[in-house]
Write a protein that binds this ligand. Structure first.
Ligand code: OSB
Ligand code: MG
Length: 374
């Protein structure tokens, strides 16, 4: 292993308008505020990571602002103190930090990219990936009408995506699933509630979803409600997939052992970076639990890290990693992340994340920046 030296961490907040608003049970996103982390070694190499925190604490407790503060005030000083010399050790160096996994993950993933660039090696290979194409699905937000939703589903199926996920919330659930199923009886379909249901109130409704041959029901109940998810799973045929609830290896272990889920959505940010994600997928695979890569409306940088993670052997279901052009008029990396007519992404062959960051393009949409020396 090369001796890594981290000399500088640069934070940049950019504003990226989405092509179309993305609505979930917790709210609407029209512009993505994104915190990008750049780690440099002082020898001309740098690596990039993306903080997946949103601007409001509605998906989880983190925000762009909280992550910014945690990185400046706690992560950088701890890294300095620990004199980290490999990307593998970053998580350990930061273990005193409770929660704030998206802040940690942004820095950890940037350092993985940096180290891979120094070693002139593709990140996905260094992580232990074993596939050169990944399978893709799409996540479709809540729409103003059911007809519009059905149209959107048709468009994504025509593009080749292998799995369609639609967002649901109380009042917009069984009817949407019914309409999509009626039009597309054969597609691989799942739903994502983003924690909007309550077991005691909504059990009958959730049981109704069982009759639509869904691949999974993602995060129906509250983030902390592992026990309630286990109770629900015992009354459903459809596998429950946990997203928000899984913030660490321990969460994954506990959820699997208590049968609170039968599938896991792994998000790099939510679990704190590549080492944690790798451990989770390995444990899940050992228990026969499939995992897939979730998305947080990432720019090309986060997308590239997601692609690298998705090459790990446990990622056996299509993820929410889809084409840049679905979200952005112009992305900050090149080439664009593109999806084949078969619904796959070819894993890049170049070193690091394998995509080039367009620094001038990023500068033009930068809202604030800060550079910290180590
Ligand atoms: O729950 O998976 C989710 C977007 C923002 C926050 C949470 C979620 C999502 C998505 C979109 O479903 C995934 C993507 O296309 O990036
Ligand atoms: Mg989700």
């Amino acid at each position: 292993m090369g001796k890594l030296q981290i000399r500088q961490i640069r934070l940049q907040e950019i504003a990226m308008p989405l092509k179309s608003a993305f609505e979930t049970s917790f709210g609407v996103t029209t512009t993505r505020r994104v915190l990008i982390v750049q780690a440099s070694d002082g020898n001309g190499f740098c690596g990039y990571g993306e903080c997946t925190a949103m601007d409001r604490p509605f998906y989880n407790h983190e925000t762009v602002d909280s992550a910014w503060m945690v990185i400046c005030r706690f992560i950088v000083p701890l890294l300095k103190q620990a004199e980290v010399t490999s990307a593998d050790d970053v998580g350990d160096a930061l273990r005193a930090i409770q929660g704030n996994r998206m802040a940690v993950g942004a820095v950890e993933t940037a350092i993985w990219d940096l180290e891979s660039m120094e070693l002139d090696s593709p990140l996905w290979k260094r992580l232990g990936g074993n596939r050169e194409v990944i399978d893709c699905g799409v996540s479709i937000g809540l729409q103003s009408t059911t007809e519009l939703l059905v149209e959107k589903v048709a468009r994504e199926i025509a593009s080749g995506y292998q799995r369609i996920k639609i967002k649901i919330k109380p009042g917009q659930d069984v009817d949407l699933v019914e309409a999509v199923r009626k039009e597309f009886p054969e597609i691989t379909l799942s739903v994502d509630a983003n924690a909007a249901y309550i077991l005691e109130r909504d059990l009958d409704l959730l049981k109704e979803l069982d009759s639509y041959d869904l691949l999974m029901i993602e995060q129906p109940l509250a983030t902390g409600a592992l026990l309630a998810h286990a109770k629900l799973q015992s009354q459903l045929e459809t596998p429950i997939c946990l997203d928000e609830s899984i913030t660490s290896f321990e969460d994954a272990q506990q959820a699997i052992e208590m049968d609170a889920c039968r599938i896991i959505n792994v998000k790099l940010g939510r679990v704190g970076g590549h080492v944690s994600a790798k451990r989770i997928q390995e444990f899940a695979a050992g228990k026969g639990i499939p995992v897939w890569c979730g998305g947080m409306l990432e720019t090309g940088i986060g997308r590239a890290h997601n692609i690298a993670m998705s090459t790990l052997p446990g990622f056996t279901l299509p993820g929410d990693v889809s084409a840049s052009a679905r979200y952005w008029e112009t992305d900050i990396t090149e080439p664009l992340v593109e999806v084949s007519p078969e619904g796959t992404i070819a894993v890049p062959a170049g070193p690091g994340i394998g995509y080039t960051v367009k620094e001038e393009g990023m500068e033009a949409i930068t809202v604030r920046s800060e550079t910290l020396s180590l």
